[in-house]
Ligand binder design. Structure first.
Ligand SMILES: Cc1ncc(COP(=O)(O)O)c(C=O)c1O
Length: 268
C-alpha cells in the first residue's frame, strides 16, 4: 500500500541560504529577518501592520487580548475549525458560542450569523474561520455580508485565516476584512516556518498592544534595544504578557516561502 502524505513540505527555494545567514549573523532570536518577514507579509496582504509570532494560536490569543475579551464574555466561533479557535477564548475566561456552518463549504454564512445574533444579542466578538482555503462571505456583491452584519451590531471581527494565505474574496486578499486576521505557518500550511504565525491589523492601537504582549509585556523588543541609541537595559514591563515572538531562524524560512507563496497556492 502506498502512503499519501497529508502535507508535503517544499523547501527548495532560498530557505537554506537565509537560515545560513541567520546562523552566520550570530543573532538567532527575533531580529532583522523577523522584521523583514513582517514587512513583506504586510505588503502581500495589503495591511498596515503584520506582527510575527510563534503560532497562529498565539496570534489568536493576542487578538482576543487586544480587542479586550474578558472573563464572562461570549465569543461566536464556528463549529468547523481546529480546537485553537475556541481554546483561546477560554484562555481569557470567556466562553465560545458555537455556530453552525454551511453544508458543503463548511463556512459560517451571513444568514447563520444573523440568526445567532437574534439568539445571543450580548455577543460582541466573532472569530470567523476561512476554512480550507476558502474565504467566508465577509463581503457580498448585493446584500449583507458578515462584515456588514458585524458593523451593524457592533461586533468586533477576528479572522482565523490559518488556512487562507494567500486567498482572495471578490479580488480582495484575505487579511484585512476584520479588525484582526491571524495566519498559521505550521508545517502543513501553504507556506510554513516550521511553527509560526502572523497577526495582521490596520489598527495602530491594536498593533501597539500586540507588539508588547507578544514579548512578556515589555515595551521595547530586544532588537530595538540593541539598535536604538537609548541604553539597552532600559525598558518597562507594562502588563503580564506572553512569550510568543518568532525567532529569526523561522522567519528566514518564512521569507523564502513567501517568495513562492502564489506558486505553492496554485500547486495546492
Ligand atoms: C483553523 C485553524 N486555526 C488555528 C490553527 C492553529 O494554528 P497553529 O498550529 O499555527 O497554532 C489551526 C491549525 O492547524 C487551524 O487549522
Amino acid at each position: 500500500m502506498k502512503n499519501i502524505p497529508f502535507a508535503k513540505v517544499v523547501c527548495d527555494g532560498n530557505e537554506l541560504k537565509y537560515v545560513q545567514e541567520v546562523i552566520a549573523s550570530g543573532w538567532l532570536t527575533t531580529a532583522s529577518k523577523a522584521k523583514e518577514f513582517e514587512k513583506r507579509f504586510a505588503e502581500q496582504v495589503e495591511a498596515k501592520h503584520a506582527i510575527a509570532v510563534n503560532s497562529c494560536t498565539a496570534a489568536l490569543h493576542l487578538a482576543m487580548d487586544a480587542i479586550g475579551v474578558k472573563a464572562g464574555d461570549r465569543v461566536f466561533v464556528p463549529t468547523m475549525t481546529f480546537t485553537a479557535t475556541a481554546e483561546v477564548v477560554r484562555y481569557l475566561g470567556a466562553d465560545p458560542v458555537f455556530l453552525d456552518v454551511e453544508f458543503g463549504s463548511s463556512l459560517l454564512t451571513p444568514y447563520i450569523l444573523q440568526e445567532a445574533i437574534g439568539k445571543y444579542p450580548d455577543v460582541r466578538t466573532l472569530i470567523v474561520v476561512h476554512y480550507g482555503g476558502q474565504a467566508a462571505k465577509m463581503i457580498v456583491p448585493d446584500g449583507q455580508g458578515i462584515l456588514d452584519i458585524c458593523r451593524k451590531h457592533d461586533i468586533q471581527v477576528v479572522e482565523d485565516a490559518a488556512h487562507a494565505f494567500p486567498a482572495r474574496l471578490h479580488g480582495k486578499i484575505v487579511g484585512s476584512f476584520g479588525n484582526i486576521a491571524c495566519f498559521s505557518f505550521y508545517a502543513n500550511k501553504t507556506i510554513t516556518t516550521g511553527e509560526g504565525g502572523m497577526l495582521v491589523t490596520n489598527d495602530d492601537e491594536i498593533a501597539k498592544r500586540v507588539r508588547v504582549m507578544r514579548l512578556h509585556g515589555i515595551d521595547r523588543d530586544i532588537w530595538s534595544r540593541f539598535k536604538d541609541s537609548m541604553p539597552n537595559w532600559e525598558y518597562d514591563v507594562i502588563a503580564p504578557g506572553f512569550k510568543y515572538n518568532m525567532p529569526d531562524i523561522n522567519a528566514a524560512i518564512g521569507l523564502a516561502q513567501l517568495e513562492r507563496a502564489e506558486a505553492m497556492r496554485k500547486e495546492r
